[in-house]
Write a protein that binds this ligand. Structure first.
Ligand SMILES: NC(=O)c1ccc[n+]([C@@H]2O[C@H](COP(=O)([O-])OP(=O)(O)OC[C@H]3O[C@@H](n4cnc5c(N)ncnc54)[C@H](OP(=O)(O)O)[C@@H]3O)[C@@H](O)[C@H]2O)c1
Length: 340
């Protein structure tokens, strides 16, 4: 016996990836409903060998469904997640709406799987921000060995993190550079993204940081340990898929780079590719379609007592969103619903 599963946002980048991953990982699905806005009514999406027709989320009856993986943005989630949850369907949400709600667990299965038992307060589980998810997979095993005091992270985030429109804007602007009569001004991003980088993701906060940067701070504390201090600079780069992060970590006690490399090699969800030679590291284009978070460039930071630097790359549509959501679904099935 399997699960009755709903994918909300099935026509989007994350929704389509969730369908691919459910099929790839042979998640025990008995019945599957694919939803999006009315605009996409009848649009076909693939699930393994099957083709499914998208339904209008407004008209959907949530009764009798076990779990719903949401990727429709905060505004639509605010309307539909409570309806699903009230009908007894557990929501696994990719938006930021519930991430900081103390009654909603925020889960990265490799890091805090025990939090799943808190799902019942609202029947909702939150999936973290893409940049946080890949970073905490790397931080947790190191933190278990030597407590982390402070993290300084700079991100290099792909345009797919801004949805379908982000991908289209990079594509159209890149083409228009070679065909100047076809000018494509910035719309989704605040400045030209083609052949450029933009140090601004999400809205500005009062202290001068952006909401994306604030999310990395707040979510790392909620998922790993509230005592870890994080300072982040989040940057959009002209890459289609795959987020990269340069992470500097300060520990309470000394952690040798070789030991850190060994710890990370054994860590769940992590793949270490770290040869100190030309090409001996992973770039975003190489991580596309993969499940792992790749760690390279592990090295001591000799400017502080107990410091390490590393380079962290992952497919933001997978570990940063769809894969993590499916892993939460697997965890929920295994630990709570126990049907599969
Ligand atoms: N991309 C990432 O790396 C990433 C990472 C973590 C979290 N997320 C989150 O995941 C969510 C989706 O992101 P995405 O990248 O997949 O965006 P996307 O490619 O733009 O897709 C958006 C999806 O939401 C649906 N949708 C929009 N408004 C809706 C409404 N009012 N009612 C029902 N469905 C609606 C769209 O349906 P139509 O096609 O009918 O418009 C589409 O299926 C967002 O909350 C985002 O913050 C994304």
């Amino acid at each position: 016996m399997g699960y009755k599963v709903v994918i909300a946002g099935a026509t989007g980048n994350v929704g389509r990836e969730m369908l691919n991953i459910l099929a790839e990982r042979q998640f025990p699905v008995d019945e599957l409903a694919v939803l999006a806005s009315r605009r996409s009514l009848g649009t076909e999406v693939s699930f393994g060998d099957r083709t499914l027709k998208t339904q209008d989320i407004e008209q959907f009856d949530w009764t009798g469904w076990d779990m719903a993986l949401f990727a429709i943005g905060s505004e639509a989630t605010k309307i539909h997640a409570p309806k699903a949850a009230r009908a007894g369907c557990v929501v696994i949400d990719n938006s930021s709406l519930y991430r900081y709600d103390p009654e909603v667990p925020l889960i990265v299965p490799e890091v805090n799987p025990q939090a799943v038992h808190g799902y019942a307060k609202k029947n909702i589980i939150a999936n973290p921000n893409c940049s946080t998810a890949q970073m905490v997979v790397a931080l947790k095993p190191l933190h278990d060995r030597s407590a982390i005091k402070r993290v300084v992270v700079s991100t290099y985030q792909s345009v797919s993190g801004a949805g379908k429109e982000g991908i289209d804007e990079l594509w159209d602007q890149t083409k228009s550079i070679y065909n100047p009569t076809d000018d494509k001004p910035a719309r989704k991003f605040t400045k030209q993204i083609a052949f450029n980088v933009i140090p601004h993701i999400d809205v500005f906060m009062e202290d001068g940081s952006t909401k994306e940067e604030w999310k990395m701070v707040a979510e790392t504390k909620k998922i790993v340990d509230p005592s870890i201090k994080v300072t982040a600079t989040c940057v959009r780069v002209p890459v289609f898929v795959g987020h990269s992060e340069a992470i500097n970590i300060e520990f309470e006690e000394f952690l040798d780079e070789d030991e850190a490399r060994d710890i990370l090699r054994e860590a769940p969800g992590v793949m270490v590719i770290d040869k100190r030679e030309d090409g001996g590291y992973v770039t975003p284009i190489e991580c596309v379609g993969d499940f792992a978070t790749f760690i390279s460039r592990i090295r001591q930071d000799s400017t502080i007592d107990n410091g390490l630097n590393l380079w962290c790359v992952s497919d933001n549509l997978r570990k940063g969103a769809a894969l993590n959501a499916v892993q939460i679904a697997e965890l929920l099935g295994r630990e709570v619903l126990k049907k599969g």
